[in-house]
Design a protein around this ligand. Structure first.
Ligand SMILES: [Zn+2]
Length: 339
């Protein structure tokens, strides 16, 4: 139940990465409770609830999440054709099982995001995580855009036809097909997501792409050395280009200690703030992506706990920037009206 006696207004939250659609497709889990009523949230529980998603509608609502990016992730070990089919099915899950009048609105433009918020709905945005599903074909990228996709991460951890991911030892950067896709993305109001890319691929994207860049779910490598985390020069480039970076609640990337703590998260926040990231930092939880979150952040409802904690540590104004404003402003810069 909600904490009694809290007279502070819960801050709104933007979250740039959950894997809800993958779990809906693979495990047949519902985004809404079967009976259409909202299940009560036991916010005193520290354990992950079996058979329930970490970012279903009730948890998002309880955490006051008002903007949510839904990742389109499928196993990179499938054939490209199968990945395309699965991504299309996940997009169908979004429109059939998530988008619902009065609850979640499919947001394609800045105006859609504003309208959703004004109506008390969650603004839901689609983003590709691992773009092997595009088959290197700009035509498929354009169709994804028409289906509402507004962000593209070129790879997951391994290499694919487009680029080398962060676990490809060759670290060879973008391929010719990857360069073609990046050029096509540049024609649309879409962002490129740097999370999961190999270091040379990140450098290639930064030199080829003048449009919006962000890292939806990654931490600072100089705080904790892991290939999924970003080096300082990339974080600085994101900041100087007015992009955005979302810290991920995966303990293995926060501190390596399992589970991690709010203090571990704060070390990454402090570091990015020291690099000048006050207006370009936020969160991409990776809920439902198989993460082991910090103690106290077991599901999206716990954003209310994080919110209180951030307010105490950083003050309400900065807490609000980190939880909501910065990503909202990034969307404002990135999602202009459709061409
Ligand atoms: Zn991921």
């Amino acid at each position: 139940m909600p904490d009694k006696g809290r007279d502070v207004v819960a801050l709104p939250v933007s979250d740039a990465h959950v894997d809800v659609l993958m779990r809906m497709l693979e495990e047949k889990l519902p985004f809404y409770p079967e009976d259409g009523t909202e299940t009560p949230v036991d916010s005193s529980s520290n354990v992950l609830e079996a058979g329930r998603m970490q970012a279903d509608f009730s948890f998002l609502r309880a955490g006051n999440v008002v903007t949510q990016v839904f990742a389109l992730f499928v196993s990179p070990h499938l054939s490209e054709d199968s990945q395309l089919v699965s991504v299309l099915r996940e997009i169908d899950c979004f429109y059939q099982g998530v988008v619902k009048h009065g609850r979640v609105r499919a947001a394609r433009t800045r105006k859609d995001v504003e309208s959703a918020h004004a109506a008390g709905e969650i603004a839901g945005i689609l983003s590709i995580e691992g773009a092997a599903c595009l088959l290197g074909d700009p035509a498929i990228l354009r169709m994804m855009y028409r289906l509402g996709v507004r962000g593209v991460g070129l790879t997951w951890n391994p290499a694919n036809r487009l680029a080398d991911g962060c676990q490809e030892p060759r670290d060879g950067g973008l391929t010719e097909a990857g360069r073609r896709i990046v050029a096509e993305i540049g024609k649309f109001p879409m962002w490129i997501d740097l999370a999961h890319l190999g270091d040379q691929s990140v450098r290639d994207v930064l030199s080829l792409h003048a449009g919006p860049i962000m890292a939806s779910h990654a931490n600072a490598r100089s705080v904790f050395g892991h290939p999924r985390n970003l080096p300082d020069e990339v974080i600085s480039e994101i900041i100087s280009r007015r992009g955005w970076m979302g810290l991920v609640f995966q303990s293995f990337f926060l501190s390596g200690d399992v589970p991690s703590s709010f203090e571990d998260l704060a070390r990454h926040i402090d570091h990015v703030l020291a690099l000048g990231g006050e207006d370009f930092l936020g969160f991409g939880s990776d809920f439902d992506g198989g993460i082991t979150p910090p103690v106290g952040l077991e599901n999206a409802s716990r954003y209310s706990t994080l919110s209180d904690w951030l307010c105490v540590r950083y003050g309400t104004e900065l807490a609000r920037k980190l939880l909501f404003d910065n990503f909202d402003n990034f969307l404002g810069r990135s999602l202009r009206e459709s061409p």
